[in-house]
Design a protein around this ligand. Structure first.
Ligand code: ADP
Ligand code: MG
Length: 302
């Protein structure tokens, strides 16, 4: 077990930012920690990295307690904080020397060359951090998080504020790192999780509302409701469409098009077709609607 969180509660004066949160992240997993702004993601990550004490509960990283053994925790963890606070006046190499020095990295000069190559910073390595684009600054942040070769990476919104090309580049770097490391990554974007994670933990208002493998989430929601988009050749009334056996929800989309559902997940395509034949209508098109992860997220965090 790389990260173990047990019944963590965090109060900021009287405000509860985390309420009895528990989860575990196994070695080698890439876990997406997703939730709307203010859900408690950054708070949880700071606690895991030993930068903020919880009010109640316990967390360990590679078996080390985040409060009692925070020095060991920091040796095993690489942390990219939200808004990646870098020093704009420092040169890239100077900053990595500084970061590596904190961790007492052996053969630091060699490690810096290696990490610059790994994070694609070669062309920018002699610049001041303040002169870099946001994408390159994020690479410097990742280089800093990786400098001591930790086995666990905690990345707080690593792609927020980047342009689409930069997002792809940073995701690729994360996926590459993920081959040999355990990663916990926070985001408010479902696509991000779909792109790089195997497991997803959804947090809302300081509480965990889902913790599943991505494929299981698809399964669960797929079974919940069966919805088809159907187009008839005629203008029908809602009462007409509601007559169809086993249909318990209808919504008009356009003149002749309807979203028709069975809330228990029963496949209603055949009964719709039979209904049309009986009434002498034609079905011009019929399409099963898949629920996207994005919709699942909105439902769970609304
Ligand atoms: P997220 O990262 O999911 O956006 P945060 O962990 O930053 O959420 O914040 C969770 C809640 O705790 C928010 O309501 C936020 O306003 C509050 N909060 C965060 N940091 C502090 C702080 N230092 N002092 C007081 N309240 C805070
Ligand atoms: Mg945050």
């Amino acid at each position: 077990m790389s990260i173990l969180v047990e019944n963590i509660t965090k109060l900021y004066s009287s405000q509860k930012a985390l309420n009895d949160v528990s989860f575990e992240i196994k070695t080698g997993e890439i876990v997406g920690f997703i939730g709307p702004n203010g859900a408690g993601k950054s708070t949880m990550m700071k606690i895991i990295c030993g930068y903020l004490p919880p009010s109640m509960g316990k967390a360990t990283v590679n078996g080390f307690d985040v409060i009692e053994q925070s020095v060991d925790v920091r040796k095993h963890i690489g942390y990219l904080p939200e808004h990646n606070p870098l020093y704009p006046e420092m040169y890239v190499r100077e900053y990595l020397e500084f970061a590596g020095g904190i961790y007492k990295v052996k053969n630091l000069a060699n490690r810096i060359v290696e990490i610059i190559g790994l994070t694609g910073l070669s062309s920018e390595q002699h610049k001041k951090i303040g002169a870099l684009s946001k994408g390159y600054r994020q690479r410097v942040g990742l280089a800093q998080a990786l400098i001591h070769n930790p086995s666990v990476l905690v990345l707080d919104e690593p792609t927020t504020g980047l342009d689409p090309n930069q997002i792809v580049e940073i995701r690729n770097l994360i996926s590459e790192a993920g081959k040999s490391k355990t990663i916990m990554l926070s985001t408010h974007l479902m696509q991000e999780v779909e792109a790089i994670c195997n497991r997803i933990i959804i947090i809302n208002k300081g509480e965990i509302v889902a913790n599943n493998l991505i494929q299981d989430i698809y399964q669960q929601t797929a079974n919940k409701e069966f919805t088809v988009l159907v187009e008839f050749n005629k203008l029908l009334e809602e009462a007409d469409v509601k007559q169809i056996a086993q249909v318990d929800k209808v919504r008009k989309i356009a003149d002749n098009s309807w979203l028709v559902s069975n809330s228990k997940g029963v496949d209603i395509r055949e009964v719709i077709f039979k209904y049309a034949v009986e009434k002498g209508y034609s079905v011009l098109s019929m399409q099963k609607q898949e629920k996207s992860l994005e919709e699942v997220f909105r439902e769970l965090t609304k």
